[in-house]
Design a protein. Sequence first.
Lengths: 312, 312
Amino acid sequence: MSKGQAAPILLVALGGNALIKKGQEGTIAQQFANLQEPIAQIARLSRDHRVIITHGNGPQVGNLLLQQECCQDVPRLPLEILVAQTQGQIGYMIESSLDNQFMALGLEVFKPLVSLISYVVVDGHDPAFANPDKPIGPVLSGEQAAGAAYPVMHTAKGWRRAVASPQPISIVEKREIKRLIGMDFIVICCGGGGIPVVRQGRHFAGVDAVIDKDLASARLGLEVGVEVFCMATDVPGAALDYGQPGERFLDSLSLDETRRYLEQGQFHPGSMGPKVRAALMFLEGGGQRALICSTQEIEAALAGKAGTHFHL
Amino acid sequence: MSKGQAAPILLVALGGNALIKKGQEGTIAQQFANLQEPIAQIARLSRDHRVIITHGNGPQVGNLLLQQECCQDVPRLPLEILVAQTQGQIGYMIESSLDNQFMALGLEVFKPLVSLISYVVVDGHDPAFANPDKPIGPVLSGEQAAGAAYPVMHTAKGWRRAVASPQPISIVEKREIKRLIGMDFIVICCGGGGIPVVRQGRHFAGVDAVIDKDLASARLGLEVGVEVFCMATDVPGAALDYGQPGERFLDSLSLDETRRYLEQGQFHPGSMGPKVRAALMFLEGGGQRALICSTQEIEAALAGKAGTHFHL
């Protein structure tokens, strides 16, 4: 990169496995330890990229919901507040891990970094509100499910609370994030897909919903002009016939191929589907480069040596 | 204020009653409703001040601790992480309330605003660690207190967990906050006094402690060059012989008077004492103007018509 030219903006959306790996209980020590590998890569990448980090919050918000169910002595908090709590928790964990990686790399690459509370506008008439289909929180007994004050759904794990997952329309802090990135701050934001709010006249109001973090990241990427949108997860990339005998890993996908495979139902709606849709949203909206890779291979994927790359 | 001259920087440290008033259960609706009065004043003050908002988190972190005690199914989180969660929660509540106040005032006064996760360096050898004297979390039964895996203390309410309250040395995000204020962002930060960390070689590590939010705010005020440091609480200001027949409200205090009254034990160590000490720290460190007022009278106090004013 030549002097005087602004570094490209890289958005890394960290999947849940960056914090809790399959089979782990998810102690705080495990979460900090798991973060080191992806965060070390992001610290190194920040030397020639401007960086935004977003992240999921599924197990963390699930634990807060479970605690609320257990404890009758404390006023219940709505889901929007629990999402805000996980933004604080995970934002701190990512920011302090990044700080530590910078100290390890040496101060010459130390950039200012901030972890922001983010909320995201959704449409109160989004069809998702009529059909809550995102399972969250603990597994419920049959009696709990039958008596629940909220919608429930049956999942592979059993009965769980179901919430709406509306489309992200706009990130409220987009102007702030854009200015921070313009000054080469590293920005951690949109945790858990953002705190969902609807516009009511001249006010915002929080709503009981969760926003897919990859879709929110794609929206943010378009709003602030991200050049590379990287979704880091627990598999090396997207595959056809995933988990079948004929499974084929995809290293490159055009927009037309992406649309066709989505129509064929190649990508599981609970895992790879939203990521592929987020890549599509980003490219259709004017983005240039989207990719899906494992949290171990962020640098390799950026160098074109790993991951699934989406192009026009 | 003349054009071209930077607006003075105002730091408002919001006390717990800005969120939960005495006798309230503390539902989320109550917390949002209580915030409107102080936040409306801060929104108006932002027209001719650059603004930093800090806040307490006592009842909120207490509720999270209580939930952890109730619920055995979820891995325990250390206190630092709970503080981070409350920064997310309360940061969101303040930011969205401010957003709504701006929308009500009209867009011409709309400033960029961010709510930042903040951590604060303390000394691992601070004498407070040998003498944990800050009560937090729920009241414990005698058996719970006897069997607790952590220090406990007897308070007016009964047995409670005791944690160290070390002195704040430096706010880790001070450079970032200073740059944001320089661009006239409104910055919400240092929630709950900040997440306490100690330096261990080239790393930061979280510690089980809480930092007084007024002392942390005074430290931040000095580090970023705040002109007016305003602590808003549930009383009109500091008083001599508080709660006694001869109670006298103080509208103005010199540094010498402040030191003398502190030595006389005029200010209660659990309430007004830390505020007066924070005012003293701010002025002794080079700050110009500190004041203590009620959350209803922030604008009046800034105009010199209410509150206790500290001067050199």
